[in-house]
Design a protein around this ligand. Structure first.
Ligand code: C2E
Ligand code: CA
Ligand code: CA
Ligand code: CA
Length: 279
């Protein structure tokens, strides 16, 4: 430890220092990633109770020249902290809409609904509705095939604004899913007021479903609640036949997970739509 001019003790921890530097560098690279065209979208199929493809979730990937693949779990939180999520999110919207148009042109993919993740900070931008309308208009994608996935963090503290904005987007024809349902802290009072179409059971409740009675109770409760509120319920993180069977028996509406398909390039996803559903 060392005393600086203000007589404050400062610690020089090489590990902390290295972490700060790598964070700064990562932020610099992230800033350049859009213009360097280092982002791509991959798609994970969503299926109905018969295992037929009904849609997909767009998931961003960052392929950096020297860092290689950087996981969204690493760079999305940094993008949110730095505000870079706003331009990145806009890029995602445009790329997703362009993909939708391509799917709309082929018979076996024309009905797919594409779900796009939206960060709280992105959603709260004053021009967010215009950005979405713009992406739809430029691409020619059908708003009825676009679904936005929000998290509870979008809603916290800004319920009235969120509701108003969601209604504006719904007027365009867009639908909404509440992502990671059950992991946040917002009350059901708030949630019941949101014009949602779907809730997405978080994968943490699905993972140990066949052996954890608490998870079974939670999943059943979410499905029942969705049903009584008139919401579609999708489960994410469906990895095994046991998961799929259990959820299906309890009349979940839709499913997403490695059991059906990993997140893959668009062309591969389209091929999966032609493959017979798992038994
Ligand atoms: P998320 O929205 O909850 O996305 C689901 C994550 O679970 C994805 O991780 C997906 O690859 C993974 N997953 C799918 N099926 C399974 C399964 O059966 N088992 C397990 N264990 N995992 C499964 P990914 O692609 O690494 O994305 C992580 C998170 O990064 C996302 O979580 C989302 O919060 C964020 N993210 C990804 N793309 C975007 C984006 O375009 N915009 C924003 N704002 N966030 C994004
Ligand atoms: Ca999601
Ligand atoms: Ca999720
Ligand atoms: Ca337990």
């Amino acid at each position: 430890a060392k005393r600086d001019g203000q007589n404050n003790i400062r610690f020089y921890d090489p590990a902390v220092q290295a972490q700060l530097e790598s964070r700064t560098e990562l932020e610099r690279d992230l800033r350049l990633a859009i213009e360097r065209e280092e982002f791509v979208l991959v798609y994970q199929m969503q299926v109905d109770s018969q295992g037929r493809a009904i849609g997909a979730e767009a998931l961003i990937r960052w392929q950096h020249a020297t860092r290689g693949f950087v996981s969204p779990g690493t760079f999305i939180p940094l993008a949110e902290e730095t505000g870079l999520i706003v331009p990145i999110g806009t890029w995602v919207l445009h790329a997703a809409c362009e993909q939708l148009v391509m799917w709309q042109a082929a018979a076996h993919t024309k009905d797919l609904v594409l779900a796009v993740n939206v960060s709280a900070k992105q959603f709260q931008q004053p021009n967010f509705v215009d950005e979405v309308a713009n992406a739809l208009e430029l691409s020619g994608a059908s708003p009825h095939k676009l679904k936005l996935e929000l998290t509870e963090s979008t809603v916290i503290g800004k319920v009235e604004d969120t509701i108003a904005r969601m209604h504006q987007l719904k007027a365009l024809g867009i639908s909404f899913a509440m992502d990671d349902f059950g992991t946040g802290y917002s009350s059901l009072q708030y949630l019941k007021r949101l014009p949602l179409d779907q809730i997405k059971i978080d994968q943490s409740f699905v993972r140990d479903l066949h052996q954890d009675e608490d998870d079974m109770a939670i999943v059943e409760t979410i499905i029942a609640m969705g049903r009584s509120l008139g919401l579609n319920v999708i489960a994410e993180g469906v990895e095994t036949m046991e998961h799929w069977r259990y959820l299906n028996e309890h009349q979940c509406h839709a499913y997403q997970g490695y059991y059906f398909c990993k997140p893959v390039a668009a062309e591969e996803m389209a091929k999966h739509c032609l493959a017979p559903p798992p038994v």
